[in-house]
Ligand binder design. Structure first.
Ligand SMILES: [Ca+2]
Ligand SMILES: [Ca+2]
Length: 175
């Protein structure tokens, strides 16, 4: 093949590979990159993952940071509904809302401003003066929040990442 033919060949291969890459879902790409468990939410363009078996909110958040994110920040009702649809409405899950640093001043651990809350009736109650960490799915309708103590029994925490949990390699453009 001449140089020109090779160039055409490489362009076609690049287009085929690139098209194949783009057509795959983000979850599939994550699986292919060995970082399974992440689920892409098209509405926020963020990635979410359930971290099971964390003994308390602080350890769950530490794990979230080691995974490149934080416990989830719920910015609006749409994101709340998506979490319920994706992770279920029956188990308690830690979310990234806390007033551990100043009683009654609830903040997202990600640093994002509060734009939405979804407390169950009578919550946050700060029962016993020790409830500084929010969990979801406390009561119906699904998703409602309760403040629990640090080691409250949950089914884990939901981690949110702003950027992809894998590197994206763009296909080579051959000139
Ligand atoms: Ca969010
Ligand atoms: Ca409470």
């Amino acid at each position: 093949m001449s140089r020109k033919h090779w160039q055409r060949y490489l362009v076609i291969v690049g287009l085929v590979l690139g098209g194949n890459w783009i057509s795959r879902t983000s979850s599939e790409i994550a699986e292919a990159n060995g970082v399974s468990g992440w689920i892409f939410n098209p509405a926020t363009s963020h990635y979410y993952k359930l971290q099971p078996d964390c003994p308390g909110w602080l350890s769950c958040e530490a794990t979230a940071v080691s995974e490149g994110g934080h416990l989830v920040t719920i910015n609006d009702a749409n994101e709340q509904d998506w979490l319920v649809t994706t992770f279920g409405s029956t188990d308690y899950f830690w979310i990234g809302y806390t007033d551990k640093d100043a009683e009654g001043s609830w903040v997202w651990i990600s640093g994002e401003p509060t734009t939405y809350t979804n407390w169950a009736s009578g919550e946050p109650s700060n029962s016993g003066g020790v409830e500084n960490y929010a969990l979801m799915n406390w009561s119906s309708p699904p998703g409602l929040w309760n403040d629990g103590h640090e080691a409250a029994v949950t089914s884990g925490g939901i981690i949110e990442r702003v950027d992809a949990p894998f590197k994206v390699f763009l296909p080579l453009i051959v000139r």
